[in-house]
Design a protein around this ligand. Structure first.
Ligand code: AQP
Length: 318
């Protein structure tokens, strides 16, 4: 039995990338591990966010967790801000990391680039330290994440090694990141060279599939996804980024290997291929959304889940 921890920040509407890369896989851990899953609402403050949006999205994420099969009887589900001890650990850990190390983080560099270096909050710079605090707080051994978060888990290793070696004691445990075999980095449908991100803005957001989109909208976004001027459905993430991304989404939804997915589309045209991708997405997301709505309409229950989870998590954190 291992200690598992992961979370998603309520920084915007959940995307298909968040779903495939992270919380779709969370419930597979809860039967045989001690699983801690949280809504990273403090992390969401690293980029400007409206207070009402933050409140509402926090409930959305909890509802998505429950809809994906997480069971509060089998795992601890809580809100990051309910565990104040993490703030203290964060304050300690910032002393065991160098500014040069933080400035090499890809997510930070991308954020600086997107904002032309202007108004870069310190929170986005020290984001990986708070993430390390979450990991160490619960002696995490396994951290299921998408590809983009792996670098942050590795940085947590550096902090742990430095801390442990300074005090000559194994105080902080090194967590192992686990990414899904297929779909660890789902790309934007309109610009498949960049990651599908919930807080990204694009024209009418055609490149981002939000889990709360209507079926019609999801299908339209997939049908108008950027591909290439060839006709062959083949996995080649260097030369055929758009097609490869759609194949990845299809394979993830069908729980099959990319090679198997490729074989299904030998001789198929792009129109038919995209329709099959849309069907596969809707087959899973349709019923998932219905379960989501049921939970989302019961805030009293959601509050209870948060309260119970916080009291369990707090005991460990203390
Ligand atoms: N496109 C993606 N493909 C696969 N996995 C993804 N994840 C995010 N985008 C993709 C994974 O989802 C989890 C949630 O991460 P987060 O909300 O804590 O932050 P993030 O990684 O920064 O996610 P976003 O959507 O890109 O948020 P914003 O736009 O606010 O920065 C993580 O496990 C992540 O790897």
């Amino acid at each position: 039995m291992s200690r598992v921890l992961s979370g998603v920040k309520p920084s915007g509407k959940m995307t298909l990338g968040n779903y495939i890369g992270s919380f779709r896989n969370f419930s597979s851990f809860q039967d045989e591990n001690e699983t801690y899953i949280f809504v990273a609402d403090v992390h969401a403050l690293t980029k400007p966010i409206d207070a009402n949006v933050l409140r509402s999205t926090t409930y959305d994420i909890l509802s998505f967790y429950l809809a994906s099969g997480l069971d509060p009887e089998k795992c601890v589900i809580f809100k990051q801000s309910d565990i104040l001890e993490v703030a203290m650990l964060n304050a300690i850990l910032v002393n065991y990391i160098y500014m040069g190390e933080l400035s090499r983080m890809i997510q930070y560099k991308e954020h600086v680039q997107k904002n032309n270096g202007k108004e870069i909050g310190c929170g986005i710079f020290t984001y990986p330290v708070l993430m390390a605090a979450d990991l160490f707080m619960y002696d995490t051994e396994i951290c299921p994440v998408g590809e983009d978060q792996r670098q942050h888990v590795e940085l947590a290793h550096d902090i742990a090694r430095r801390f442990n070696s300074r005090y000559k004691e194994e105080v902080l445990k090194l967590p192992r990141s686990v990414t899904p075999k297929t779909g660890k980095r789902i790309m934007n449908l309109q610009d498949p060279s960049k990651k599908m991100s919930k807080s990204d803005k694009d024209d009418e957001q055609k490149g981002i599939i939000y889990l709360q989109d209507d079926e019609k909208v999801i299908r339209k976004k997939i049908m108008s996804a950027v591909t290439d001027s060839e006709t062959e459905v083949r996995y080649d993430p260097v030369n055929k980024k758009g097609v490869s991304n759609l194949l990845t989404i299809y394979a993830a939804m069908k729980n099959i290997d990319i090679e198997e997915a490729e074989k299904e589309f030998v001789g198929s045209n792009y129109g038919n291929f995209k329709r099959c991708v849309a069907d596969a997405v809707m087959e899973e997301i349709g019923p998932f959304k219905e379960r989501f709505e049921k939970f989302r309409n019961d805030e009293a229950y959601l509050n209870k889940v948060f309260e119970d989870g916080a009291s369990k998590a707090r005991k460990v954190a203390k």
